[in-house]
Design a protein around this ligand. Structure first.
Ligand SMILES: C[S@@+](CC[C@H](N)C(=O)[O-])C[C@H]1O[C@@H](n2cnc3c(N)ncnc32)[C@H](O)[C@@H]1O
Length: 260
């Protein structure tokens, strides 16, 4: 038997008090599909960015009712904003009202957020930058349409507006329901050798699925070092092989197979 305990998801924190309060008391009450574990790690990543002097707005494609978006908003530094881009038509048109109400209920005031009812597939990078007053994005979460073509488009949009030191987080990676998303990621990495996968955040359930974190290759070491230090209890020892690049795997379950 391995003597490495399986982490409980509640024990993983971002290190930002307001994010962790929301994760504790609010996160599960907002309908959504991202895991609490991923939200804690992503909040922690935004804290790490703060320590490295990385500033700028946050963007999410597909905030839905705001579950993950609100966590990111609580990690913003003074003066920063978060932009939520969604069709806001699923499962009904009132979803935008529920998004606004959830943000207000969980402590995200209107001046910290921009709600944009729009289709990311037809959005041009300059339109997005205009929404942000020209500021480049430090944290971009992509959780919109789950097709290979849409992810390809969303990845190019995110890359075009990203700060050089920014990160892109992709939801529902390695998901049994969306196998072609991985094809889009590999094709993207082939087109963008300046980008790499920084970390894989393992899933909690099939709904609260795995996320990939991407960054520029020249920022990889800085981020990796700090993630390793912050989430040392969640590092799955073997890491992930992107041939030839290796990256961190963060998981609630860090066991290896028992072979003897
Ligand atoms: C799986 S839900 C996102 C869940 C949410 N991010 C969370 O963590 O709880 C996907 C969202 O993407 C939105 N969406 C799908 N296609 C889109 C598009 N082309 N442009 C903008 N939003 C889109 C949907 O309306 C939906 O709200």
């Amino acid at each position: 038997m391995s003597n490495i305990p399986i982490q409980t998801r509640a024990s993983v924190r971002s290190g930002i008090a307001s994010v962790d309060r929301y994760l504790e008391a609010g996160y599960a009450t907002v309908p959504g599909m991202s895991s609490r574990f991923a939200a804690a790690v992503c909040g922690g990543l935004m804290r790490i960015q703060g320590g490295l002097g990385v500033t700028g707005p946050v963007v999410e494609i597909g905030p839905f009712e705001g579950r993950f978006f609100i966590a990111l908003c609580h990690a913003l530094a003074p003066g920063e904003v978060a932009l939520g881009i969604d069709l806001f038509d699923w499962p009904n048109p009132e979803v935008i009202d529920r998004f606004e109400a959830n943000c207000a209920r969980h402590g995200v005031p209107p001046e910290r957020r921009i709600t944009w009812k729009a289709d990311s597939r037809t959005m041009r990078p300059q339109e997005l930058l205009d929404k942000l007053g020209g500021r480049r994005v430090r944290f971009f979460h992509i959780d919109g349409e789950h097709s290979r073509a849409a992810l390809t488009k969303d990845l190019e949009l995110a890359t075009a507006v990203l700060a050089p030191e920014g990160v892109i987080v992709l939801d529902d990676m390695l998901h049994p329901g969306y196998p072609t998303l991985m094809v889009a990621v590999h094709e993207y990495l082939g087109r963008h050798p300046e980008m790499c996968v920084l970390a894989i955040i393992d899933r909690e359930t099939v709904v609260a699925a795995t996320k990939f974190v991407l960054c520029r290759t020249d920022w990889f070491k800085r981020y990796e070092e700090r993630l390793l230090e912050t989430y040392k209890d969640n590092v799955w020892p073997l890491g992930a092989d992107f041939e030839p690049h290796w990256c961190l795997v963060l998981s609630l379950d860090t066991k290896l197979a028992e072979i003897v």
